[in-house]
Design a protein around this ligand. Structure first.
Ligand code: GYE
Length: 306
């Protein structure tokens, strides 16, 4: 870290380019605010760009940061693949890149300083555990699950599926009978789900496993329109933990909310500070998260503003 600025005066002039993938969920909006707030507290200048869920746009945004000669790039990739060229450009320009939230796959070495995010696999495991526990003593001979996946070619979608399968496969009665793609977007999930129901009806769904709260909110509307009692007729496990979903959990409309922690800002701020002070940065930084369910203490869930 010989070329890292290390006086307080230098640090005050730090410019950070922040390329966010989009604004598709309340979770995402909180994630953005958290990073902007914390970097602001440190007195860094932040150039923020919203990628509007478009990879080319995010690549353009990062090229702008490189041309501007920012000191750091904070980058929240929309998908896993296709970033090597722009990250090589950042590397050649000597700009450290901090990847936040979703993971990337690269063919080149050392394209970024660190990755800060959740263990999406652990989230999938927690979702699966709720289901295996729930049906443990049930006399049902089969448990059919409809999975509403997030966006394809993203690590939360892949790991949330993998972690979930790992756990439910321990009980041979339990299986995923339909897997749909809702892209983490409420309106998309609603359309896809409605079409599925038109073709297949409701009989085959014992459980809904949804990769994020926004999609769950869309599906809840369809259930209620059709006289299905969510949380009873269909057991629901959802990921994120937005305030509205915690209310639904308290109201018994969903059964388990697996938390995904959007508050990455402090970790990003701390990583930049430590880097500027010449400390070694770990390759992977996991953020703490938990799970809430109708089998736990609903009064002790910390309040949230997203
Ligand atoms: O669960 C979802 C958001 O990438 C982990 O993206 C994130 C996911 C989060 O749209 O709500």
């Amino acid at each position: 870290c010989t070329n890292a600025p290390n006086t307080e005066e230098d640090a005050a002039n730090i410019v950070v380019g922040f390329s966010q993938s989009g604004t598709e969920s309340n979770w995402r909006k909180r994630h953005t605010e958290s990073i902007l707030d914390e970097l602001g507290k440190e007195g860094y200048e932040v150039l923020y760009r919203n990628g509007f869920m478009n990879q080319d746009r995010q690549i353009q945004d990062m090229r702008t940061f490189i041309a501007y000669k920012v000191d750091f790039i904070v980058f929240t990739p929309i998908v896993e693949n296709g970033w090597d060229a722009v990250l090589l450009e950042a590397k050649d320009a000597g700009i450290p890149v901090i990847i936040v939230d979703r993971h990337i796959r690269t063919k080149e070495e050392d394209l970024y300083l660190t990755h800060i995010g959740s263990s999406f696999k652990a989230e999938g495991n927690r979702a699966g555990l709720y289901i295996t526990n729930h049906f443990q003593n049930s006399s049902q001979s089969t448990v059919n699950i409809l999975e509403m996946k997030g966006l394809a070619n993203t690590s939360p979608t892949n790991f949330r599926s993998e972690g979930f399968m790992e756990v439910i496969s321990r009980d041979s009665r339990i299986s995923i009978t339909a897997s749909l793609e809702g892209d983490f977007i409420r309106s998309k999930a609603k359309d896809v789900f409605r079409n599925y129901i038109k073709e297949n009806g409701w009989e085959d769904i014992d459980v809904l496993y949804s990769h994020n709260d926004e999609m769950t909110l869309g599906i809840l509307e369809i259930m209620e329109e059709n006289g299905i009692v969510p949380g009873q007729d269909i057991i629901i496990v959802t990921i994120d933990g937005q305030a509205e979903m915690i209310e639904n959990l308290r109201a018994g409309k969903v059964n388990s909310v697996v938390e995904c922690n959007p508050n990455a800002g402090w970790y990003v701020r701390n990583t930049i500070k430590r880097y500027l002070n010449g400390n070694t940065i770990p390759d992977e930084i996991y953020m703490p998260e938990t799970v809430f369910s109708d089998k736990g203490n609903l009064d002790s869930i910390p309040p949230r503003d997203y």
